[in-house]
Write a protein of this length. Structure first.
Length: 367
């Protein structure tokens, strides 16, 4: 958009008199150019056919800019956060291990996993169906797209095993393929998506009462294309899906696909390393907390033992003081000799018990 000092706004190569859809930023630009801005309600009155007056353009000062250019603010698209240099170095080293590969045009020497699937299909063809209700065994090579899928998987399996990883996979398309390295696992699926198509009804179908007034029907059919999608979380910052293109099928993108799988593999390994470090840190924190709790309990037990000793010594002193008062009373009052002997035994027992409970009388080794 180009704003001129003559009071015109040029957009998309066209000039419009006045200021159309005035915004705050454009109003500030007009203020710098000393271009008068229409008052509030000017455009509504003009659209309604009412008479309006246009403010005259004042003469420009020598210091006034006669032309300015307003650029459209690009939308904010946050990019991936910068990677740690050490992590990026590991990714670069892993990518260097990738070599140019190509997808074979046949499955004459398939991977052991794919060979097992094909043997299962062969046995299913040779084995007769037990009954009419036995589900039909669907071959993994029943369509051209299914055979393409096997050839792509065969290449990916062999390349990951060449780089030192192990592979696990199920024959069902939607079951994830698991690539396991020494420290982490990466899951992805390679499948043929379904597509909903609109088809005209046949004359026989139009006669059905549930199709009354309808001319079309919708069916779900195989799309005939392959999609490879990573299902493991790896923190972003890398491509996670590849699909057939009109100019390049998935077989022609196999180098890009392998590099695209190796990068998330390193990211998953880094996340797993962080998880183990966090787990170790939490375990150490828990051990330290348990040790602090153990020491606190020991300290609390020692303090309680000290309080018990102090309380026992205090109680033993009170018992002795009480026994002294009892002895003075017995000696000062006339008491029957038999009762005096009982009191004497009782006081002797009480003093012995008080001495046993008093930590100040017991040996230090018993404390």
């Amino acid at each position: 958009m180009r704003t001129l000092r003559k009071g015109l706004v040029r957009t998309d190569g066209q000039d419009r008199e006045g200021i159309w859809d005035l915004g705050r930023g454009l109003a500030k630009t007009c203020k710098r150019l000393e271009v008068p801005v229409p008052p509030r309600g000017y455009w509504a009155k003009l659209q309604a056919g009412k008479r309006v007056s246009q403010l005259p353009l004042p003469a420009a000062k020598p210091t006034t800019t006669t032309e300015t250019v307003i650029h459209r603010t690009p939308p904010y698209r946050p990019g991936p956060p910068p990677r740690d240099p050490e992590l990026q170095a590991r990714i670069d080293a892993a990518l260097l291990s990738c070599v140019p590969v190509r997808v074979r045009k046949s499955l004459s020497n398939p991977h052991s996993i794919i060979r097992g699937w094909m043997d299962e299909d062969r046995l299913a063809r040779e084995r007769p169906r037990e009954s009419f209700y036995t589900p039909v065994h669907l071959s993994i090579t029943r369509t051209q797209t299914a055979r393409r899928r096997l050839r792509v998987l065969n290449t990916i399996f062999r390349e990951f095993e060449r780089m030192g990883s192990s592979v696990r996979a199920q024959r069902r398309e939607r079951e994830p393929v698991i690539v396991k390295s020494a420290t982490a696992e990466l899951k992805f699926v390679l499948f043929e998506p379904m597509r909903r198509v609109r088809l005209p009804l046949t004359e026989k179908e139009k006669q059905d009462y549930w199709n009354k007034g309808r001319e079309w029907k919708h069916e779900t059919r195989p799309s005939g294309e392959l999609v490879l999608r990573i299902e493991s979380y790896f923190g972003g910052g890398a491509k996670s899906e590849w699909r057939d293109k009109p100019e390049s099928p998935l077989e022609g993108q196999i180098d890009e696909v392998m590099k695209g799988l190796v990068t998330p593999m390193v990211l998953v390994e880094d996340l797993e390393r962080q998880r183990r470090e966090d787990q170790t840190r939490r375990w150490k924190m828990e051990q330290e907390r348990a040790e602090r709790e153990r020491l606190r309990q020991i300290e609390a037990a020692r303090w309680k033992h000290l309080l018990d000793l102090a309380a026992a010594s205090r109680l033993a002193g009170e018992v002795r003081e009480f026994l002294d008062k009892m002895e003075r009373r017995i000696q000062s009052e006339p008491v029957d000799p038999s009762l005096f002997e009982k009191f004497a035994k009782w006081i002797g027992w009480a003093r012995t018990t008080a001495d046993q409970m008093d930590p100040m009388v017991r040996p230090l080794t018993e404390l």
